[in-house]
Design a protein around this ligand. Structure first.
Ligand code: ASP
Length: 330
């Protein structure tokens, strides 16, 4: 989707070694093995180009910072990147040419905050945190979310970059009928970040401009707690990227968390949830959903429906990336 110098597909793998991961118990589909427990802090984030966001978060965690602060600061970096066409500033707009953003946060106490269909604010993750901390609510949408952001000192900005505008004009000229486009790795790239801090506490955040050229008002999984994000400080944390509609239908992140609660490793839990989604969606081979999960002990999991879901990981003091195993092998 992006023709920028920093699109997820064009990301230079060079300096970042691919991680070989392992599991304490055998995975259902994956071959990944992770020595456990990893020493905290640990950060796992959807999509490998989010390594810079992990670096920001890791620096904070290594200084003893709280997971919630780390993930907010990390996600803000990606939100401010004009070359990232799926998150924040530079995100591709909806069918009307309007950039609308979704984001959520969840902390170690089970507190949650989210915003959906927010326009004109570069850092929806911080607005979501403000909703969590300054209101008795958990979610604000549309104009109400914008009014709240402005009243809380956030600046209104034009988020439609020349590149995103050009992509939209190109898309518009094709005059595609009003059907939902096929989802591919080229039109979905949310940042979902999970962190375990030195105190052993978990938090997570998720931020996206959602489905490129979506219907105006469409909300994906990212701001829906339990779908795009879930944190249970006793068990683990989970976030997702991909086709939000099917993640919402499966309450995906909560499902993965509950599987971990019932004794599955994060890897097994991701795989079982993806298997469930595949079974309920006959055309799953044309779709993409990826989960990343972080257990309370630093164990991780990542799995997707189809190929090319990548992950940025910080563990045992090292930044790495890897391609997740996936379900649709043939
Ligand atoms: N899950 C996001 C949504 O459906 C998009 C993505 O992950 O790229 O809005």
């Amino acid at each position: 989707m992006s023709n920028s110098s920093f699109s997820r597909r064009d990301f230079v793998h060079g300096a970042i070694a691919s991680a070989t991961l392992a599991l304490a118990e055998p995975a259902v589909y994956g071959k990944m093995k992770l020595p456990t427990p990893a020493s905290s802090p640990v950060i796992i984030t959807t999509w490998e180009p989010n390594i810079p966001a992990n670096r920001v978060a890791a620096a904070l965690l290594e200084r003893g910072g709280r997971a919630l602060d780390a993930i907010e600061q990390g996600v803000r970096l990606t939100e401010a990147d004009p070359n990232d066409t799926s998150v924040g500033y530079g995100g591709l707009p909806d069918r009307e040419g309007i950039v609308t953003l979704d984001a959520s946060v969840m902390d170690e106490f089970g507190n949650v905050g989210s915003v959906a269909a927010l326009e004109g604010i570069m850092h929806p993750v911080s607005v979501a945190r403000r909703v969590m901390e300054k209101t008795p609510h958990v979610m604000l949408v549309g104009k109400g979310a914008l009014d709240f952001a402005l009243a809380n000192g956030f600046k209104r900005e034009n988020l439609l970059t020349p590149n995103a505008k050009a992509e939209w004009s190109k898309w518009k000229k094709q005059q595609k009928p009003l059907v939902l486009p096929h989802v591919s790795k080229d039109n979905h790239d949310t940042i979902g970040m999970l962190a375990l801090d030195k105190n052993g506490n978990l938090s997570g955040a998720c931020s996206t401009s959602g489905w490129a050229f979506k219907l105006h008002g469409r909300v994906g999984d990212s701001p829906i707690i339990g779908a795009g994000l879930y944190v249970d400080n006793e068990v683990g944390a989970v976030t997702s990227s991909g086709l939000g509609e099917i993640v919402i239908k499966s309450v995906g992140s909560f499902l993965v968390t509950e599987l971990m609660r019932s004794g599955k490793t994060p890897q097994q839990a991701c795989e079982l949830a993806i298997e469930r989604i595949a079974k309920k969606n006959t055309h799953y081979k044309e779709l993409q959903v990826g989960f990343v999960a972080l257990g309370k002990n630093g164990d991780i999991g990542a799995f997707s429906l189809t190929k090319d879901f990548t992950v940025a990981l910080y563990r045992n003091g090292e930044h790495t990336t890897f391609k997740a195993e996936y379900y649709a092998k043939s």
